[in-house]
Design a protein around this ligand. Sequence first.
Ligand SMILES: [Zn+2]
Length: 274
Amino acid sequence: MASIIDEFSFNHPQNQGYSKSKRLVLLPQNDPSYIMLEKKFLKGWKHPNKQKPAVHGIFKILSLETSLEPFHQYRARVAAHPSLNTQKKNPANEQLLFHGTNRCCLLVEDGNRIRLCGLPQCHLCCVVRNSFDVTKCGTKHKFRRFGNGIYTTACSSKADDYTNNADNNCNLRVLLVNRVIVGKPHKRRQNATNLTEPPCGHHSVSKFSSQTDPCLLVQVIGEPGVDLNYEETVVYSNDAIRPAYLVVYGDEPPRTQSTMQTLIKTLFKTPLAQ
Ligand SMILES: [Zn+2]
């Protein structure tokens, strides 16, 4: 039986010409994924005290088959779980969720910077290259609300709190958008800092507060939080998550847009694969 090749795989026909040293695909602004992600980013910007930024560019992240395979296997295992396998659509409850981290280089800062750096402290490049490592997550932020896990959120303005540009020459900010296997989430109202895995029968730990996306409420019931203002979803397995996109955003449209436009022109000299 022929298997379906993941659209994020180097092996996918539309990703010809990309390789480990060139794994970021700039999406044109009329690409359906660009439109969907920009909407998700702007809708997820919920902090009233933080000015809503503009999206300047979105990149798709390509990965090796050897990296995607364990993710597919994990997704199939979760989808087969008795509490989920009756769902025809998206039984593993895969969601696209944001994660902010630190960037020590100038990746995607302008049209000439689409190659990953080799700095071990540049978590952004490390995740794009090798995906997440639960043992390294949260090393920067000592307080982990739900223990040692990989933290994501539908709230872009919350993920933005964790982005950090170590290089002073950065004008833009970057968020990772990730494919996360939420499965059957364990809903929590309060912190549980000693968790290392979800409780039996669950695949992730989620917490919501205030009004949230009604389609997410199907999976997770929002309750006003005691000590959490915005929702979070935590997974505890490296195979439950893969980076999928980078959203580049900021407050300086004129200069950055022109550099992004230069990049688009440079990259799209050859016809775009659909
Ligand atoms: Zn880097």
